[in-house]
Design a protein around this ligand. Structure first.
Ligand SMILES: [Zn+2]
Length: 125
């Protein structure tokens, strides 16, 4: 975006015509169009955003975060909250929610164990 080469290319196309070919569907669309009216390709994201780029940043890391959340619940809750607050895409928000849910699991297990142990102690009294 904004490089001299792309500006030159854009200027050349502007000289020849006011349209360009959509990189996804190949149809002629306006240079000023942010989104292709035919296939919905979004040109605001940059020159060549791949369809898989969304959430790829969280690809394998999410499982590390889930495991971390289970063994270190406090870290999981903090990571989850940070992800939900700072995430720009739904996928990262989802990972954040999962981190908090997974972080709550061992806490619930410990509470249940305490309750069970408490009941056991009381039953012997
Ligand atoms: Zn298109």
């Amino acid at each position: 975006m904004g490089s001299a080469a792309s500006k030159a290319a854009r200027a050349m196309v502007l000289v020849s015509s006011n349209t360009r070919n959509c990189v996804t569907c190949g149809r002629s669309i306006s240079w000023d169009a942010n989104v292709c009216p035919y296939c919905g390709r979004d040109y605001r994201m940059g020159a060549y955003p791949s369809q898989q780029s969304q959430g790829s940043g969280m690809g394998g890391i999410r499982y590390v975060l889930y495991i971390l959340s289970f063994f270190i619940p406090l870290a999981g809750i903090i990571i989850g909250l940070v992800l939900i607050v700072t995430a720009k895409d739904e996928d990262s928000k989802h990972v954040g929610k999962m981190c908090i849910l997974i972080a709550l699991l061992p806490i619930i297990i410990v509470l249940v164990c305490w309750l069970a142990a408490g009941l056991l102690v009381f039953s012997f009294l």
